[in-house]
Ligand binder design. Structure first.
Ligand code: INI
Length: 185
């Protein structure tokens, strides 16, 4: 089992805004994840309007809400919390896989850190072990990951302004802009 490392480098979380999106499915687990995440943000001074919480029905709905929040330009990171428990249902693979893939896509498409704080376990006991039990606290870890990543991004050079693929083709061929012929009628 891998182990989370909080890192030794202090980071500056002042002024960061971090949203939490949390799934209601298995809320006896996700509410524990939420408690840990909220407490960790608060330890770094990120509270109140700077740490809004949004509930969604299940882990499958996390990406679409994370996307809207990330696109708002008002947030430095989004922490997504859920608990997908295998039980006897093949639904597990679809929900866990799509949730992970969707959240990763939102992060890369928007450039806003979107943290995967979704437990994917075989049973409830394993999930609870990860909410402050033998296997640590994934809500705490998710919030700390969001803060550290957002603080790091703040220190990096800004991205180039995105250019359309048409612009890129034009400049690589040294063609003047607006050089396309008019369509034949
Ligand atoms: N959602 C979860 O967050 N955890 C689960 O374990 C789960 N299972 O097992 O089905 C689950 N399903 C609901 C899913 O996230 C969506 O809310 C639903 O499919 C509607 O889109």
């Amino acid at each position: 089992m891998g182990e989370y490392s909080a890192g030794e480098q202090a980071y500056d979380a002042r002024g960061l805004r971090v949203a939490i999106v949390v799934a209601r499915f298995n809320d006896h687990v996700t509410s524990l994840l939420l408690e840990g995440a909220v407490a960790t943000l608060a330890e770094h001074g990120v509270t109140g309007d700077d740490a809004p919480v949004y509930w969604v029905p299940g882990a499958f709905e996390l990406p679409v809400v994370a996307k809207r929040l990330a696109e708002s330009c008002e947030l430095d990171a989004v922490v997504c919390l859920g608990a997908v428990i295998r039980g006897d249902t093949p639904h597990f693979d679809y929900v866990a896989g799509e949730s992970a893939a969707g959240l990763s896509r939102v992060a890369l498409d928007t450039g806003v850190p979107v943290v995967f704080g979704v437990l994917t376990t075989d049973n409830l006991a394993q999930a609870l072990d990860r909410c402050g039990g033998a296997e640590g606290h994934k809500g705490v870890e998710a919030a700390a990951t969001a803060l550290e990543t957002a603080a790091l991004l703040r220190t990096l050079p800004p991205p180039r302004v995105a250019r359309s693929s048409a612009d890129r083709v034009r400049s690589s061929r040294s063609l003047p802009s607006r050089s396309l012929p008019s369509p034949k009628v």
